[in-house]
Design a protein around this ligand. Sequence first.
Ligand code: HEM
Length: 188
Amino acid sequence: MNLWTTLTDSITHYTGLSPTAFFTISAMMFVTYKIVCGMFVAAGDYMEVKKANEYTIREPVQLGDRVTEQELSAYNGIDPNKPLLMAIKGQIYDVSRSRMFYGPGGPYASFAGKDASRALALMSFDPKDLTGNIEGLSDSELETLQDWEYKFMEKYVKVGKLVSPTPSTEEAGGGENADKIVENVQAE
Ligand code: HEM
């Protein structure tokens, strides 16, 4: 107890702060330090990170235009030997180069291996919006989705097309493929 009193007295004496203020400021400095450290990677670790990224990034593989949702779901980043894929309006893109966004643990990992059109249009992370069904969206939501599509077209390679699960995700007539079962989509 004596030691504690000496410590708090010394803190007040040397810093002019109350012990509570002193410990609060120390904690905030520690948190700030941790955040700043997290922004940098040690030189040794850098090579490891680089190596880890290298083995997943490769030439995009074309899957054809009759990929099913189930087939697409295998490309959700869990298997590091498969590319990371994501679809917008039924168009499938290879997003492997953005593993930090869509890979396991990434902020947008739930979009990987799926058509995330509705979630992107609504800017939603709700699992029920993880679908290519864009029925009932407003003009501005469709515009948001369009902006995402342009971004993806510009940034990623298109590797295939989903067999449309709902008529609204695909251009007119897309729905006619809805019940077709694709048996042989070239996977790798
Ligand atoms: C607090 C809100 C949010 C913040 C601060 C935020 C921040 C960011 C940042 C900094 C990037 C990286 C941009 C780049 O380097 O190109 C990004 C990318 C992205 N964001 Fe968000 N975001 C937020 C909400 C959302 C929401 C609600 C969605 C959709 C549901 C979303 C979807 C995406 C996607 C798909 C990407 C990756 C785009 C790509 O592949 O280049 N974000 N976000």
